[in-house]
Design a protein around this ligand. Structure first.
Ligand code: AMP
Ligand code: ZN
Length: 446
């Protein structure tokens, strides 16, 4: 398999370190419902996991759920997202986290995404976070301010490398008065102190004061506990490169002296009707919104996979309808396999797998599927590779439906068109259409 590695900014042959591929995916902050943009990453990384398994690798995957500490900005200012959600809904932060973890996992399963081996909740790793801060402090990477414990990015000489940051430019562009206790503009909190009178329900005593972990810390800590680095693959959104992943790498090095990951994969953003997804534009569609408009979550998955993970994609309901039509077309090609012997074109499966192994080129794989004759056994393999529930949603018809088709044919031959129309309507009610061909009637899903 070849993958585009953000580390070297090029496509590289993937070679895992050990028997089991260690994979970590930055997960959601569980303070509100995921919109379709948030969900794209998990669809692409699901393909990655399925492709690795199709290639014969074992995979151990960890996905975190941020239920504390993620402030509204990427930096160290603003409200905690969970506190914001709690205030909005008049609930406790714990209730908010519980609600949106459930919702996220519901969406995740509706998309038929492979379960990670570990769902890691940030609040289950607080003790580990404290030990991580101790370690970084012992090794001289942190300093304390009134506001918290900060990571001194000047102590990690490769800090700018991963994201190719222009630190001098950042420093020059820093706002006046911006956290005057910070030594460098890129320094970030690994632990935040809760100030007297500050409202923050999730709090833990550490260094003699109540506080909570900085957002970036959980990923480094969870990886150390659940996988131990260097891991093989770390995935996230392209927005994670300059701050979140840069900080994860710095922290992990400060804790352990080791690198965090060998391959870094980042997916692009989607727009909706050529606009950025945002609350103010009213285009933060959830999966439920698509279902309400008559689409299946799997139609959305088809839409996502019909583009490359590194691209910037524009979502429209028109293009989603195109994905839905393609899925119906594929299901009807499976229906055809139940009605006559269909033999795959030579090399079909190898071509599909080769496209996916070529830096997850799912649009190319879809084009191969569109343009090639495919038999039932290969449809099963394709279905497992993309997780599209094609076979599950395309059962062979039962004897009752078969009898209706035969009766309709008999009525047609007897020129009893009223009866044949009645039987056609009965079949429609079962979601089945009948097409009359030179070889006789052929049924399809509606
Ligand atoms: P947010 O809750 O808006 O901070 O989003 C959480 C994560 O979802 C971000 O860090 C991105 O990686 C991802 N994300 C947000 N918006 C989009 C989008 N329009 N397209 C793809 N991914 C997105
Ligand atoms: Zn992360």
């Amino acid at each position: 398999m070849k993958l585009y590695n953000t580390l070297g900014r090029k496509v590289e042959e993937f070679r895992p370190l050990g028997e089991v591929v260690k994979l970590y995916t930055c997960g959601p902050t569980v303070y509100s419902e995921a919109h379709i943009g948030n969900l794209t990453a998990y669809i692409y990384w699901d393909l990655l996991v399925r492709a690795l398994r199709a290639d014969g690798y074992k995979v151990r995957r960890v996905l975190n759920l941020t239920d504390v500490g993620h402030l509204v900005s990427d930096g160290d200012e603003g409200e905690d997202k969970l506190e914001k959600g709690a205030a909005r809904e008049g609930k406790s932060v714990y209730e908010v986290a519980e609600r949106y973890i459930k919702k996220f996992q519901y969406d995740y399963r509706s998309l038929n995404l492979t379960e990670p081996e570990v769902w890691a909740r940030a609040t289950d790793y607080i003790e580990d976070d404290m030990r991580a801060v101790d370690l970084m402090t012992e090794r001289g990477f942190t300093y304390e301010t009134r506001d918290g414990v900060y990571f001194d990015t000047s102590k990690f000489d490769r800090y700018a490398e991963f994201a190719r940051l222009d630190l001098a430019g950042l420093q020059a562009g820093a706002r006046v008065g911006f956290s005057d206790e910070k030594r460098n503009v890129s320094d970030f909190a690994v632990w935040k102190f809760i100030q007297p009178g500050e409202k923050h329900a999730m709090r833990w005593d550490y260094l003699g004061r109540p506080g909570y972990p900085g957002w970036h810390l959980e990923c480094s800590t969870i990886i150390e506990k659940e996988l131990s680095a260097p891991i093989d693959i770390h995935t996230g959104g392209v927005d994670h490169v300059p701050v979140h992943h840069t900080n994860e790498i710095a922290q992990y090095y400060a804790m352990t002296g080791r690198d965090l990951a060998r391959y870094w994969l980042h997916c692009g953003f989607i727009t909706v009707d050529d606009e950025k997804i945002s609350k103010s534009l009213g285009n933060t569609y959830s999966l439920d919104d698509l279902v309400e408009r008559g689409f299946s979550p799997i139609d959305y998955k088809m839409w996502v996979l019909s583009g490359h993970y590194q691209g910037t994609r524009n979502f429209t309901f028109e293009s989603l309808a195109g994905a839905k039509a393609r899925r119906l077309n594929w299901r009807n090609r499976i229906a055809e396999c139940y009605q006559r012997e269909v033999v795959s074109d030579d090399g079909l499966w190898e071509r599909v797998l080769a496209a996916v192994n070529d830096n997850l080129n799912s649009p190319e794989a879809f084009a191969v599927i569109d343009g090639t004759v495919i038999g039932l056994e290969d449809w099963k393999k394709i279905d497992a590779l993309f997780g599209l529930q094609l076979i599950e949603n395309s059962p062979d018809i039962d004897d009752g439906a078969r009898e209706l088709i035969a009766a309709r044919q008999a009525a047609r031959e007897a020129k009893d068109y009223a009866e044949s129309d009645r039987l056609r309507d009965l079949l429609s009610e079962r979601g089945i259409a009948v097409k009359d061909t030179a070889e006789g009637p052929v049924w399809q899903y509606l």
